[in-house]
Design a protein around this ligand. Structure first.
Ligand code: PMP
Length: 342
C-alpha cells in the first residue's frame, strides 16, 4: 500500500516548472532558463508549511510550547494554515491575528482549519495598541501561550537553509545561477540564498546571484513603508529574519505589474498563484530579458519561488472590478506590453 501517516509528511520537495509562454520569446535553446518552484503544492497550499513545522518542533524541544498550549501569531494567512495543520495533529489551540487588508477568503480558510482569527486595522503604526503586532503580543503573554514570531524566529530562515535551498540545488544539479524570491519576513531569501551561495562557492564557480523582489513602497527596495496592495511581501520595518548580506540586488515591482503578471501566469502557464508569486515571477522574467543575448544569459538558470496559490485571491487579483477600483487593467494586452517594454 502507498500512503503517508500524516499530511505533514508531504511538506517540501515541490517541483520546478519551466516558464515558457510568459517569457515572450526569451525562451528555448540559448536563452535563460526560468524555473518556477511551485510552493502551492505543499499540503497547506504555501511555502509557509515548511517554517511552521520547523518552528513548532523547535518550541516543543525547548519546552516553550507545552502540551495543550496555545499558538498565537500575527500572520497574513499562510503561516497560519501551516501552524494550524500542525496544531491540529498535536492538540494545540491556535489564535491568529491578521491585518484587515487580508482577504476574507484567507481568514475563512484559517477558521476552517479550526483556528480563531482576530482582525486588526492596517492603518495604524506597529507600536499602536490595536496594531496586529501589539494585539498578538498581548495575547501571547497569557499563560500557556507561545508566539512563534516568524519575523524573529531563526527556525524560519533555517528551514529554508536546510531544506528549500538543498532541494533547489539538487533539482538543478547545481546549475542554478540566479535565485529570485519576494521578501516578507525575509526567511525564504535569507535561508535559500545563503545555502545556494555557500554551496556554489564550494564548487569554485561564480556564486549564485540572489535577487529579491519587493513591492514599491516597502523598506527592502528603499521605500518608507508606503502602502501597496500585494499581500505577504514587503515590510515597513527590518525583521531579524532578513539577512541583509544575502541579496545582491532588489528589483522593485509595482502593484500593477505584479497583478498583471499574476493574471498572465494563470492564463498562459495554467499556474493559479497569488500576487506575490506574480511579483517574483515578473522580476525573474525582467532579469531573464536583461541577461538574454549576453554570454551569461546563455547558461543562466534562474529559479523563482512562487509562495502560494491564487485560490485565496479570487475576489481580489482575479476580480476585474476589484482591479478596476484601483485603476489596474485586467486585460490580456496590457500585461504582455508591460513585459515587452522591459
Ligand atoms: N508571499 C506570500 C503570499 C507570503 O505569505 C509570504 C510570507 N509572508 C511571502 C511571500 C514571503 O516569504 P518570506 O516571509 O519567507 O520572506
Amino acid at each position: 500500500m502507498e500512503y503517508v501517516d500524516s499530511l505533514l509528511d508531504l511538506i517540501g520537495n515541490t517541483p520546478l516548472v519551466r516558464l515558457r509562454r510568459v517569457m515572450d520569446g526569451a525562451e528555448g535553446e540559448g536563452h535563460p532558463l526560468v524555473l518556477a518552484k511551485v510552493e502551492y503544492l505543499n499540503p497547506g497550499g504555501s511555502v509557509k508549511d515548511r517554517i511552521a513545522t520547523r518552528m513548532i518542533d523547535a518550541a516543543e524541544a525547548s519546552g516553550e510550547l507545552k502540551p495543550g498550549g496555545t499558538i498565537v501569531e500575527p500572520t497574513s494567512g499562510n503561516t497560519g494554515v501551516g501552524l494550524a495543520m500542525v496544531a491540529q495533529e498535536r492538540g494545540y489551540r491556535c489564535i491568529f491575528v491578521c491585518p484587515d487588508k487580508v482577504s476574507e477568503d484567507k481568514r475563512n480558510v484559517l477558521r476552517a482549519y479550526g483556528a480563531e482569527v482576530v482582525v486588526c486595522p492596517t492603518a495604524v503604526p506597529p507600536e499602536h495598541p490595536d496594531s496586529y503586532y501589539s494585539v498578538s503580543d498581548r495575547l501571547s503573554s497569557e499563560p500557556g501561550a507561545w508566539k512563534p514570531d516568524q519575523y524573529s524566529n531563526p527556525h524560519n530562515p533555517r528551514s529554508h537553509y536546510e531544506e528549500t535551498g538543498p532541494e533547489i540545488w539538487r533539482q538543478t544539479e547545481g546549475r542554478i545561477t540566479h535565485f529570485v524570491a519576494g521578501v516578507g519576513t525575509g526567511g525564504t531569501i535569507s535561508g535559500v540564498g545563503r545555502y545556494l551561495k555557500e554551496r556554489s562557492g564550494e564548487q569554485g564557480g561564480a556564486p549564485v546571484q540572489v535577487i529579491g523582489a519587493d513591492p514599491a513602497g516597502s523598506v527592502y527596495s528603499g521605500g518608507s513603508g508606503r502602502p501597496y496592495l500585494v499581500e505577504g511581501v514587503g515590510e515597513d520595518f527590518w525583521p531579524d529574519t532578513y539577512d541583509r548580506d544575502v541579496a545582491d540586488r532588489i528589483i522593485e515591482v509595482s502593484d500593477a505589474d505584479s497583478f498583471a503578471f499574476t493574471r498572465r501566469l494563470a492564463r498562459e502557464e495554467a499556474m493559479l498563484v497569488g500576487g506575490s508569486s506574480g511579483m517574483a515571477a515578473y522580476a525573474a522574467v525582467q532579469l531573464a530579458h536583461e541577461l538574454d543575448g549576453t554570454p551569461e544569459g546563455e547558461n543562466a538558470v534562474i529559479v523563482v519561488l512562487l509562495p502560494d496559490s491564487g485560490r485565496g485571491y479570487l475576489t481580489k487579483v482575479f476580480n476585474d472590478e476589484w482591479l478596476a477600483q484601483y485603476g489596474f487593467d485586467s486585460g490580456h494586452g496590457s500585461a504582455a506590453r508591460t513585459v515587452g517594454e522591459v
